[in-house]
Design a protein. Sequence first.
Length: 70
Amino acid sequence: MENQHHQLTENELDIKTSKPSTSRFFFLLGFFGIFIFAWAGCFNLYQHSYKGAEDVPVNESSLITGPKYK
């Protein structure tokens, strides 16, 4: 009887036999998966952010400081 029990708990780090190790593994896998997914999304948004246009022609009638009419 003792020999059978010894075979089941031969490796304490085995994911199939150790419930705390399994739950810790899946928690860390999920946490780092979500973290990397969010970081990659933020980095992609930063990399493709709007840089702005340098010289855009604006009608004189739509200026903020005061429209100029002909």
